[in-house]
Design a protein around this ligand. Structure first.
Ligand code: NAD
Length: 255
């Protein structure tokens, strides 16, 4: 019996096999979970569908988190097919490339709103849409980065979005805790993914992280997956409102 045997839930944020969400999906599948997936658009569906099917997924749906109707449709489909669910993984972020290049003070109002909407508010709206379908002991996990609490060069508006995301985790945890539902975030060190490619000088961040991380190496998607698995499982039944660090490079002791 795996840690997640008999549990069902959904992962938002697989784009390809490098995605952190994919590392999470593999760990959850290995632990016995049944997983539904979403993809952002048709172009990504071509990549996501075969990956999802390789983990025996039968529910694979489109969802742009800026479109609440699509999000409502996703959760009502889950309810139709599965009834109540045990977990939700939110591994989504977006900011305009230009806003990650120019000085932070030059961030446009539109770019600020876009980054905050897709990367932080979407956790709030997703939780709202999920609530009618969540079991009483369900668990929600999102993905964050140290740029929320430190000014990491070039992370710019995404750092502000991650600060809003982490704060949302605490407020959602306080609200949903009454029902027994837990909300946490995993804060991972830099990993080469599609989203990370939008950050200027990302290679430099990888090098610095490798030098300064307590473990003196980069983290892997699988390791983020294992921490997420823990937070979604009954092992973390008393853990909520937490930011769980997976060796963040500039983190704590090596800061
Ligand atoms: P990724 O590009 O593989 O995943 C980002 C996902 O966001 C993609 O699947 C993309 O389709 C989705 N997305 C973007 N806009 C969307 C929208 N409007 N609606 C629905 N989906 C949308 O990159 P990743 O690095 O795996 O990112 C996953 C999460 O992990 C993000 O929150 C990211 O900030 C976070 N994170 C990444 C790193 C890193 O170094 N890569 C470190 C810490 C945290």
């Amino acid at each position: 019996m795996g840690l997640m045997s008999g549990k069902r839930g959904i992962i938002f944020g697989v784009a390809n096999e490098k995605s952190i969400a994919w590392g999470v999906a593999q760990q959850l599948h290995e632990a016995g979970a049944e997983i539904a997936f979403t993809y952002l658009n048709e172009a990504l569906e071509k990549r996501v569908r075969p990956l999802a099917e390789s983990l025996d997924a039968s529910i694979i749906l489109p969802c742009d988190v800026q479109n609440e109707e699509e999000m409502v449709a996703v959760f009502s489909e889950l309810e139709k097919q599965w009834g109540k669910i045990d977990f939700v993984v939110h591994a989504i972020a977006f900011a305009n490339r230009e806003d990650l290049k120019r000085p932070f003070s030059q961030t446009s109002s539109e770019g600020f709103r876009l980054a905050l909407d897709v990367s932080a508010y979407s956790l709030v709206s997703m939780t709202r849409c999920a609530m009618p379908v969540l079991k009483d002991d369900a668990s929600i996990v999102t993905m964050t980065y140290l740029g929320s609490v430190r000014s990491v060069p070039q992370y710019n508006v995404m750092g502000v979005a991650k600060a809003a995301l982490e704060s949302s985790v605490r407020y959602l945890a306080a609200e949903l805790g009454e029902k027994g539902i837990r909300v946490n975030a995993v804060s991972a060190g830099p990993i080469k993914t599609l989203a990370a490619a939008g950050i200027s000088d990302f290679k430099k961040k990888l090098n610095v992280a490798e030098e300064r991380a307590p473990l003196r190496r980069l983290v892997h998607q699988d390791e983020v997956g294992k921490s997420t698995l823990y937070l979604l499982s009954d092992l973390a039944s008393g853990v909520t409102g937490e930011i769980h660090y997976v060796d963040c490079g500039f983190s704590t002791s090596a800061g």
